[in-house]
Write a protein that binds this ligand. Structure first.
Ligand code: SAM
Length: 472
């Protein structure tokens, strides 16, 4: 049964519909007439449904794949310009009662050092992140109702927003914690969180149950319906993702888009972001034991097809991926990346000793934030620390209508320049600063409206004189 508006996981993520979609995609992967029609539809920039997008993902005719890549790149430019938003994860606690077989936090792992940050330690980590230049965090925690109850998470959020250090402030806290109740989502919303992120891991129910044999996370329906509860609790922005490598990627791709269609149909707003995590080596975890690993090439193709299918949804890539892969997926559609990340609890202040394992997974991109910023600018991107959408209430459907009307170019571009200027003044190395100053001068010419340009020039001068505006 397939009912996109149903609130039941097994109806809006119908296994039967996914299998039929995969068959349809396989049958049509060389159907040039249909592929051309789908590409023409995608050029209207209103997105594609899961069946259409699955045909493009299955297609391996080199000329058509090139057209898909070119279109993804163009849509990325049209919707997001050359801005890349930066964030960092902050691991609060690795206590966990679940049995997820791919995650080193699983309950049976007795050699990982279990840690939970105190209020003082959270403040120290946040200070270290601010000293790097971060303004946007994603907090991460294992699921443990005793060690990490919602009150602990709320207290951490309060601590994070409360830290003021030099010119620094964390202006947006995104939250990646286990599925919870409407009431708890309401409390997170009231605490002023940005996006609530929850990875589905896999949309295949049978695999999900094998991969999550024990603990609260083993309930497929409760996990899959979490975004509906989050939206019921008032959270406008939700972030989806699957952990690529666990199941067949074509299945996950169709499931992910069906989930996005469901949110749009029921709540009037699709996901704010889609993350693209891939399984990585970790303590007690060997990614080779999972049969469904995907090549870098397929990974990039997935990114391009998502960009075309849901142009309004931001795409996130973490430091799980190497510099080379990040380079490619940024070109094809990714709009947000992490930089200078540590995946261990307390890792920003005190890197774990070699004999003490607390990392969640190995990081591939180990560059500092300054190196990442410099690299982005050398490639012509504008690193952005902007969080204004959230501050100005431009979330959920309001954000979507801004994006759909094209107006976002008039506010995001200037905001990116102003927050980059703050970064350059407060945190950048000399080389990064010179590169950034040149980029800003050049990019000022790309603000079409002279009035807006004058406001930005005035604001840049104020930033140079030490003025900081916490609305951005
Ligand atoms: N505990 C929360 C939950 O269960 O959803 C979320 C926090 S968990 C720290 C964040 C994500 O890390 C998980 O959703 C999973 O997709 C990812 N993850 C777990 N093990 C991983 C591994 N070995 N390699 C890459 N990512 C992994």
């Amino acid at each position: 049964m397939y009912n996109v508006k149903s609130m039941k996981a097994e109806e809006f993520i119908s296994d039967e519909e996914i299998l039929e979609t995969l068959q349809y995609a396989e049958d049509n992967k060389n159907n040039i007439k249909l592929i051309d029609e789908i590409i023409e539809k995608a050029k209207l920039r209103k997105g594609l449904n899961h069946r259409e997008a699955s045909v493009l993902l299955a297609c391996d005719i080199p000329k058509k794949v090139m057209e898909i890549y070119n279109l993804a790149e163009q849509i990325k430019k049209d919707f997001y310009g050359n801005r890349i938003v930066l964030f960092a994860p902050l691991y609060l606690s690795n206590y966990c009662v679940n049995g997820c077989v791919y995650c080193p936090y699983h309950l049976k792992n007795k050699h990982i050092a279990r840690k939970k940050l105190t209020k003082e330690e959270v403040a120290r980590e946040v200070t270290a992140l601010m000293d790097m230049g971060h303004k946007r965090l994603a907090i991460e925690a294992g699921e443990d109702p005793v060690m990490n109850p919602i009150e602990y998470i709320l207290e951490c959020i309060d601590t994070i927003y409360g830290v003021k250090h030099k010119n620094g402030a964390i202006r947006r806290v995104n939250v990646n914690i286990a599925a919870t109740t409407v009431e708890n989502y309401r409390r997170l919303h009231e605490a002023g969180i940005g996006t609530y992120i929850l990875f589905q891991e896999t949309y295949n129910k049978a695999s999900y149950e094998k991969l999550h044999p024990t603990g609260p996370k083993s309930d497929y329906a409760y996990h899959t319906e979490a975004m509906d509860r989050a939206m019921e609790g008032g959270i406008d922005d939700v972030g989806l993702g699957v952990l690529f490598g666990l199941e067949l990627y074509k299945y996950e791709f169709a499931g992910l888009l069906m989930h996005a269609e469901h949110l749009e149909a029921v709540h009037g707003v699709g996901p704010h972001t889609i993350s693209l995590p891939r399984i990585k080596r970790a303590d007690d975890i060997d990614p080779d034991t999972f049969d469904n690993g995907i090549s870098d090439e397929i990974f990039c193709k997935i990114a391009a097809c998502i960009r075309i299918a849901v142009p309004y949804t931001g795409m996130i890539i973490s430091t799980r991926e190497s510099k080379e892969v990040r380079d490619e997926v940024i070109r094809l559609g990714v709009s947000q990346i992490s930089g200078g990340s540590k995946t261990s609890v307390g890792g920003y202040c005190e890197p774990s000793p070699a004999d003490e394992l607390t990392e969640q997974f190995d990081v591939s991109d180990t560059r500092t934030l300054d190196e990442v910023i410099s690299w982005l600018m050398s490639k012509g991107y504008i690193p952005s620390f902007c969080t204004a959408c959230y501050r100005e209430g431009r979330t959920g459907d309001r954000f979507m209508s801004l994006l759909k009307s094209g107006q976002i170019q008039n506010c995001c571009h200037p905001n990116a320049l102003m927050t980059l200027k703050e970064y350059l003044e407060d945190y950048a190395s000399n080389d990064t600063k010179s590169l950034g100053e040149m980029l800003i001068m050049k990019e000022l010419d790309n603000i079409p409206d002279k009035k807006v340009r004058d406001i930005v020039i005035d604001r840049l001068a104020k930033i140079e004189n030490g003025d900081r505006d916490f609305r951005f």
